[in-house]
Write a new protein. Structure first.
Length: 229
């Protein structure tokens, strides 16, 4: 079955170019032109991945990403934008996005990013669960549980936490996390990593025995109360 992609792009020419190219690569592409259309199509079609232009009319891509996450979905979300400011990129990750591509961009780069996320989200993998003090982290389903509470992590949140769990009680270098999770190492992604670490600390705050420490200039360490299962 072909992977289904939801593409929200208000530039008709660019939208059709991306759609045609992705369709030629074997994807089913659902193209919408306004933010108001996205959630209706998302709910009815249940796409495997969303590509959202940030500056959509009537409702911006950041707001749409938040609404998708509020649906309890961890579908990969890639932002397309002409904005190159660091603050905009960080805002995108805070709102639930998994990656960020700045215009102008290479279609080949977009396709590679899509393939990475689809392989990760649809790949056949063995069940993997970590126990973190009072928490249970279900890697495959991206679920962090404590008692009766469950937190559905985004793909990037899940990948970062998994790397920290695998190397528990050991400092994981920043560049290792960036290359493993994002596939590249640069300043802007480093700032985005800091955002994800802050969010994971917030999710884990109900158990004071679990900490993620920052080793300045080196990396991060997940400490105490953790055992693999």
């Amino acid at each position: 079955m072909r992977a289904k992609l939801l593409l929200a792009e208000d530039d008709p020419s660019l939208g059709y170019v991306i759609k045609d190219t992705l369709s030629e690569r074997g994807y089913e592409v659902l193209l919408v032109n306004t933010g108001a259309e996205v959630m209706k199509v998302f709910i009815t079609e249940q796409p495997d991945l969303c590509i959202l232009d940030v500056m959509l009319p009537r409702k911006d891509g950041f707001t749409i990403a938040e609404e998708i996450r509020e649906q309890g979905s961890n579908v990969p979300i890639l932002f397309l934008t002409a904005k190159a400011l660091q603050e905009d990129r960080i805002e995108g990750f805070k709102r639930g996005g998994d990656d960020y591509i700045t215009k102008p961009f290479s279609i080949e780069e977009l396709i590679l990013r899509i393939e990475v996320f689809l392989k990760r989200s649809k790949g056949e993998i063995q069940p993997k669960v970590f126990a973190l003090g009072n928490y249970t982290f279900d890697v495959n389903n991206h679920l962090l549980k404590t008692g009766e509470e469950e937190k559905l992590l985004t793909l990037k949140e899940s990948y970062v936490l998994e790397m920290l769990c695998i190397h528990r009680n050991t400092v994981v270098k920043r560049e290792t996390l960036l290359l493993s999770v994002w596939g590249k190492n640069d300043y802007f992604l480093g700032r985005s990593l800091d955002v994800y670490i802050s969010k994971l600390r917030k999710y884990l705050k109900k158990d004071p025995s679990i900490t993620i420490t920052n080793h300045h200039g080196v990396g991060f360490k997940l400490e105490d109360g953790l055992r693999g299962e």
